[in-house]
Design a protein around this ligand. Structure first.
Ligand code: 13P
Ligand code: SF4
Length: 302
């Protein structure tokens, strides 16, 4: 593994590339990244990176968003097939009919979405800025796509808005049940519960803190608590354990894994760096359309 990591570091310099990784990728892939973070942080880095090549260790909407925000850069995906199922869970026809029904509608699109959905939207959000951005919008009526769980969480935080929910969901977070969480709390009665807003309502109701992957990591670092039950993908445990010797972190159930994120391996990172494989291309028309909500997010989410 050391040889492979050395090879990646050498190729990175030779090719003038920067490696971005989401917290859900394998630990050893996080090790070779120049930047690790949540979706909002990584999109900010993709926009301002000075290197000509971005290797994005994440799923396809992440690489696509990086290319849209930084069209002159080469964006490479270590695994082209790594996709987020939720990114496809909204329908163009439904968005059009909502726009016709509500005159002042703002379509708010979770960044976990295809560029085709983004181009039909007014603003993108991530789990770390969705509440802030929706609150700041002048519109009363909001159609929140594609994640119904994050949408409902935002609606509860911003009761002055009429947030219309869509029925998309993250299969990884939706699998974490309140029954499993109650059982984990019985086993660890002193633990605080840290949850991602992609979790179902019953899980969020039992949580002490709700936030993005970075939010969860920050909260655990600052908390005086010593034990935590973590309701999100297990990739975050690497950073949580590294940053917090003396604190214990427990999953809520046995397998809370995003298989798509785990498709990214060191071998694939080295391969795309060496051969320039899996470059992301977005048509200019689509790029222009999807760039508007993404740029609005960077402005409003700051
Ligand atoms: P954040 O890292 O923005 O919390 O997103 C979680 C996620 O599901 C990414 O796919
Ligand atoms: Fe998509 Fe869920 Fe995987 Fe995130 S964890 S990439 S939302 S399937």
């Amino acid at each position: 593994m050391k040889e492979l990591k050395d090879k990646i570091n050498r190729l990175k310099k030779e090719k003038g590339a920067v490696i971005l990784a989401h917290y859900y990728v394998n630990d050893e892939v996080q090790d070779v990244a120049d930047y690790i973070g949540d979706s909002f942080y990584l999109s900010q880095i993709a926009k301002k990176a000075e290197e000509n090549t971005i290797v994005f260790c994440g799923v396809s909407f992440m690489g696509e968003s990086a290319k849209i925000l930084s069209p002159s850069k080469t964006v490479l995906m270590p695994e082209a097939a790594a996709d987020c199922p939720m990114a496809h869970m909204a329908q163009k026809e439904k968005i059009q009919s909502m726009k016709e029904e509500y005159g002042d509608l703002a379509v708010v699109c979770y960044i976990n979405s295809t560029a085709e959905l983004k181009q039909l939207s007014d603003v993108c959000v991530t789990s770390s800025n969705a509440v802030k951005i929706v609150r700041a919008l002048p519109n009363k009526n909001i159609f929140f796509i594609p994640d119904g769980n994050l949408g409902r969480f935002v609606a509860q935080q911003v009761p002055e808005k009429n947030v219309i929910l869509n029925d998309g969901y993250c299969p990884v977070h939706a699998k974490m049940t309140a029954a499993a969480l109650r059982e984990a709390r019985q086993q660890h009665p002193k633990a605080e519960v840290l949850s991602h807003p992609e979790c179902i309502e019953e899980v969020l109701e039992l949580s002490d803190y709700i936030g993005s992957t970075s939010g969860i990591i920050d909260y655990a670092g600052k908390s005086s608590g010593k034990e935590f039950i973590v309701c999100t993908e297990t990739g975050v445990f690497y950073e949580l354990v590294k940053n917090n010797p003396g604190k214990s972190f427990y999953p809520v159930m046995e397998h809370q894994v995003c298989e798509d994120m785990k498709l990214i391996t060191l071998e694939k990172v080295a391969d795309v760096l060496e051969y320039g494989k899996n470059e992301v291309f977005v048509s200019e028309e689509l790029r222009e359309g999807a760039n508007v909500p993404l740029t609005n997010m960077l402005k409003l989410g700051k």
